[in-house]
Design a protein around this ligand. Structure first.
Ligand code: ASP
Length: 305
């Protein structure tokens, strides 16, 4: 049963007037992916759905990525197929669609993950043009948040991030992901600008295979939320293992988020999944996580937040 689900990030959307735009964004992305899925390729479906989200400045991936503590965009992305082929980029800058560079890493190199300068050089080699994903809105938010946090003297340690996120939910912002099953293979992908005010060089869960992104013959998963949590719990792989042990995608998503809550509390994680039966799953312990999905037989996408 073919199916695709996308997410637009877990967290709290403080300005509720943004919600319709966010829902429209995930809806458009799932329809873009669905078009490719109907042509038969979960790989193209995931890449194209994520590109649509990266190109939409409302989401924190590609154009509209959040800024590091020193005001730069450093993006992470990964894509993985159920045959265990995988490609990822970490702390990449100056490209429009990190997910497409991640796919090239998978297809054109012997490696899984390229980072920083090397990832940028590889992207140029592959013909990706120079592009600045920084938007004015993000620069304004960065200034505001940085000032607010500096005043409170609360940003020196990432150990304080959970507290920080509780006080300033806008620190976590709308990463994007997609998981699809085309009847033969499952593909999962995730793309992000990371977490606001992250340290330079900080890499989140998104490009860590098994952390924020994973797929095998049982299921695929894409995580969103506080990357450090997903890395420590190897959350995407753990969720997929739950399917291997007999849960469906929904139950596995719930079990994964239960685990995140148990160890790291609420307001930390969200996940989307598709299993090899084409079941969809999604769960979060944050206030919001925008999702949209399509399955065979549905006339229009489900969207929710
Ligand atoms: N998981 C991403 C990261 O930590 C952020 C997010 O999902 O909002 O980089």
């Amino acid at each position: 049963m073919v199916a695709i689900i996308v997410h637009g990030g877990a967290g709290t959307i403080k300005k509720e007037e943004r919600i319709p735009k966010v829902l429209q964004g995930v809806r458009e992305a799932v329809l873009t992916g669905w078009k490719e899925l109907r042509r038969g390729s979960a790989l193209d479906a995931v890449e194209e759905a994520i590109k649509a989200l990266e190109d939409n400045p409302i989401f924190n991936a590609g154009t509209g990525s959040v800024l590091t503590i020193d005001g730069k965009v450093e993006m992470d992305a990964a894509i993985m197929r159920s045959n265990l082929n995988a490609g990822a980029v970490a702390s990449i800058w100056g490209v429009k669609n990190p997910i497409s560079v991640a796919r090239k890493v998978m297809e054109k190199t012997d490696h899984v993950l390229l980072a920083g300068e090397g990832a940028v050089r590889f992207a140029r080699l592959m013909g990706f043009d120079e592009y600045d994903p920084t938007t004015e809105e993000r620069v304004e938010q960065w200034k505001e948040l940085r000032e607010k946090l500096l005043k409170e003297g609360n940003i020196t340690h990432w150990k304080k991030i959970s507290k920080l996120i509780k006080e300033y939910p806008e620190v976590l912002r709308s990463t994007v992901g997609a998981v699809a099953f085309d009847g033969e293979e499952i593909v999962a992908g995730t793309s992000t600008g990371g977490v606001f005010l992250k340290m330079f060089g900080r890499v989140g869960d998104t490009p860590i295979i098994g952390g924020g992104t994973y797929a095998n013959e049982f299921a695929g998963a894409s995580c969103t939320g506080l990357g450090e949590v997903a890395i420590k719990l190897a959350l995407a792989k753990t969720a997929v293992d739950f399917v291997r042990l007999g849960l469906n995608a929904q139950k596995a998503s719930e079990a994964a988020i239960e685990l995140a809550t148990k160890y790291f509390g609420n307001d930390t994680m969200g996940i989307i999944m598709v299993d090899r039966e084409g079941n969809i799953g999604f769960e979060k312990n944050t206030k919001h996580m925008s999702v949209a999905y399509m399955k065979k037989g549905m006339k229009k996408p489900f969207t929710g937040i």
